[in-house]
Design a binder for this molecule. Structure first.
Ligand code: NAP
Length: 283
């Protein structure tokens, strides 16, 4: 792989750049981004070798599309128009159905691989890029059968070199399940942060009293609204379904409190402790 173009050189794109540079030292890594200062930072951090434009993509062996999901769905067609027959284009977006649908009938659909790395942090931009972010992490691939076989092989070699575990899913199932394990967690964290900030206007008090439980539960509330709003918009129906179930559980918990039913509260928490066994296998 000689020529790698990363569109959106932030946390996810920048972390791919770091690992690709390590595994493929002869590759030239180009950055494409609408934020000129992010491109300058990416050059200074040695994430990329050169700045580039979308019109340069015809020479690419690999294109990684790592921008917010609405922009990715909008830009993917144009990217496929430009690339050569031998270019692998992969996206990394947190929703999969809209991006897959956006190129369903594109003549170069076989150049595209829809992926979602289950890896990340609450930080964004090139400075947030981390080496080895993808090691031992799961990568979900959707509609693999729609990607040309030789490009699938190139992609699988890359993911294996980066130490990733592969899971195959259809885009509908991906978007439904990810709404529970990722999208709802972010809403829950944002709204917990909001509830506490509104009540405790004096931020010093929050800082003094907040233990590590609060800090770890609101960690995701530091995430970028520019990245998350399009995700909630694209996955609206699934996210609303998870919210209805979550709100039902919160209302039930409140009712148990009102009824002084602490035995039921104990049981509810004990049953949920089972999450320890489920998460034990996940790093
Ligand atoms: P990020 O750190 O904010 O990086 C995105 C970069 O793309 C930024 O430099 C941004 O510049 C730029 N950009 C935004 N819109 C653009 C456009 N239309 N054209 C060109 N450049 C554009 O975001 P990220 O966390 O890497 O997320 C990128 C993708 O990965 C998203 O699709 C997200 O769903 C997916 N993902 C994220 C995580 C996670 O934990 N963060 C995990 C898995 C997958 P500005 O900041 O100036 O807009």
């Amino acid at each position: 792989m000689n020529s790698v173009y990363i569109i959106g050189i932030g946390l996810i794109g920048g972390s791919f750049a770091l690992d690709i540079r390590k595994q493929y030292p002869n590759a030239t890594i180009y950055g494409v981004d609408h934020n000129e200062s992010h491109l300058d930072e990416a050059l200074a951090l040695n994430l990329i070798d050169e700045k580039a434009e979308l019109s340069d993509l015809q020479n690419a062996d690999l294109v990684i599309l790592s921008i917010p999901v609405d922009a990715a769905s909008e830009k993917l067609s144009t990217i496929l128009d430009v690339v050569s027959d031998n270019t692998l284009v992969m996206d990394v977006g947190s929703t999969k159905l809209p991006v897959c649908k956006s190129v369903d009938n594109h003549p170069k659909r076989r150049n595209f691989l829809a992926t979602h790395p289950i890896a990340g942090t609450e930080f964004s931009g090139p400075k947030a890029a981390i080496a080895n972010l993808y090691q031992h992490k799961t990568l979900i691939i959707c509609e693999v059968e729609k990607t040309a076989f030789k490009l699938q092989e190139r992609a699988l070699k890359l993911f294996s070199d980066l130490g990733m575990r592969i899971r195959y899913m259809n885009p509908e199932a991906h978007d439904k399940h990810i709404a529970y394990v990722s999208h709802l967690s972010h809403i829950s964290s944002f709204m917990l942060g909001k509830t506490v900030i509104e009540k405790e206007k004096n931020e010093r008090d929050i800082f003094d009293m907040a233990g590590s439980g609060f800090a770890s539960t609101v960690r995701l509330a530091k995430s970028s609204p520019a990245m998350w709003t399009p995700i909630f918009k694209q996955n609206k129906e699934n996210v609303i379904e998870t919210l209805e179930e979550y709100i039902h559980n919160l209302t039930h918990f409140k009712a148990m409190m009102e009824q002084d039913d602490f035995e039921a509260i104990f049981d509810e928490m004990q049953n949920t402790n089972h999450i320890k066994d489920i998460l034990n296998g996940i790093k």
